[in-house]
Design a protein around this ligand. Sequence first.
Ligand SMILES: [Zn+2]
Length: 156
Amino acid sequence: MLANKKSLKKFLAKKKAKGGCSHDEFWIWFVKGNKNETSKGYYFAMCSFCDHYWVNAKLSKLKTHLAYKCQKVDSDTRIKVLVLLTNDESDNDMASTSTATNQINKILLKMIVCCNLPFALVEHSFFQEYTKALHATYSIPSHWVLSNTLLDQELA
Ligand SMILES: [Zn+2]
């Protein structure tokens, strides 16, 4: 767990050191088309994994597609995008609600989505026993909270 967190931080630090914004790097996963003049300057974009396309490509939509919806993206890329999404969010609400529990929930959510695990896993007694053993004060969000509230937050 700790080792993972460290490598995640390293990964993110590297991104920032390279000259900030991950947006340009993000475009390696999409074919960027012409600017669509009729719609606030968004670009046409096509997913290079599954050929899904957007006439008005908002970065958040593209990220969400790769992170949760794309059927053909490889799992390495999916994880990278999920990390970007999580990073975006923690940049946004740095001062407010970035509690340890929030972080843990996000990591849990990421694992469940990336590994195609059922949300119901968190309610299994063996899993609860496992997390209790890790940290006595952390209480796992319910299946409902996880799939409705947290996932919505990630997708927002
Ligand atoms: Zn796709």
